[in-house]
Design a protein around this ligand. Structure first.
Ligand code: FES
Length: 106
């Protein structure tokens, strides 16, 4: 199964191949911004890809449109529109070094 390494914490999660990136992270208890609930409207769920960009699905038309309107950097992906195909390293400005899965806080 593809491995997702989350930085700066170094936390590693295994995702089923072709998992929706945002849904998988949410289900694992990782905070990911979302104002539209994954409909590809808000760009709040953008995530920086540090390694393994080639191991994510190609941007669909909705993502390309959002990326242009929100001036996403080349290494940023709209996670709700992205499928995991292989190993990647990811980060966001709000993931801390001591990232704790929300599900572990309960
Ligand atoms: S959650 Fe709104 S675009 Fe992804």
């Amino acid at each position: 199964m593809p491995k997702l390494k989350l930085l700066p914490s170094g936390l590693v999660l295994e995702a089923p191949r072709r998992a929706n990136l945002m849904r998988f992270l949410h289900d694992a208890g990782v905070p990911v911004g979302s104002a539209c609930g994954g409909k590809g409207l808000c760009a709040s769920c953008k995530i920086q890809v540090l390694r393994g960009a080639e191991n994510l699905s190609r941007p669909n038309d909705r993502e390309l449109d959002l990326a242009e309107r929100n001036r996403l950097q080349k290494n940023e992906r709209i996670s709700c529109q992205t499928k995991v195909l292989g190993d990647v390293e990811l980060t966001t400005p709000y993931w801390a070094e001591d990232l704790v899965l929300e599900s572990e806080e309960l």
